[in-house]
Design a protein around this ligand. Sequence first.
Ligand code: BDR
Ligand code: CA
Length: 312
Amino acid sequence: PIKLIIDTDPGVDDSMAILAAFNSPEIEVLGLTSMYGNVPTTMATRNALTLCQLAGRPEVPVVEGAHKSLRGAAKERIADFVHGSDGFGNTQPQLAEGDPAPGSAAEFIVRMARQYPGEVVVLALAALTNVALALHIDPQLPQTLGRLVVLGGAFTCNGNVNPAAEANIFGDPDAANVVFGRMPNTYVVGLDVTHRCVLTTAEIEGMEGRGRHGSFLRAITQFYLDYHRRVYGMEGVYVHDATALVAVVQPELFEWHEGAVLVVTDGPAKGHTIRDEGHKQWVGVNDWQGLPPVKVALGVRSAELTSWVLDR
Ligand code: BDR
Ligand code: CA
């Protein structure tokens, strides 16, 4: 099975991805690392522990990640209006009591990649700070890590934080530049495809009674569903993070386009992801020199994808 580390800010769609990963025989979850975004980092850690317990896998380590972006913003943006102030749609479930594993998320990623060279996949479902810090600790990480799959970016469509940027990349654009600048073996799944992967209200409601996971996900998704109805006028939800999980297991469901990616770090387009379509050698501009091509998903077989997600 694929040895997977899930870097996450749970989060409703993170919870879908995590429980689906635990339900997937193709995957061995090595650990969860926490990140701020939908909730602050400490709460992300607690929620990750709770999801491991719910999945009946309390032995899976949860390692706490960064509390601040690389630049250390005074106050990080927290998307409680999308996921509820508890990250679980304000359902206030009973939280797990255990402790996170010692060390930092970045150290855990480095250690696992060294222990299983070429085998570990990191699925990054939040801002890229932990992965950037891992690269800082170990510049050889691109050689030891098997693959990085990122949920982030908006290349051919509007963002969801501002018209230019998707939330995870916006959360730490400097970290995203570190990662895209140094990790050739990266697959980027952005809003270009996640906005085509929807679970309908009826499908969410149909999860009720489908085991403990189904009932839990149905309950926590109500708040997220209301947000989608209000903001996007849809009868359903985007399953961003679960879409990226599918890219780990079934990359053939996506259409991948190679090119260097650079992120805007300041100003009104902060967090905007730009892809070089031709991987050209741009002359006289330093920012684009020497960037490795990464793979960006621009197409998806969404019907197959959502039925896989629902099944898991
Ligand atoms: C991403 O941002 C978070 O709110 C979601 O969990 C997902 O990872 C979507 O932009
Ligand atoms: Ca997330």
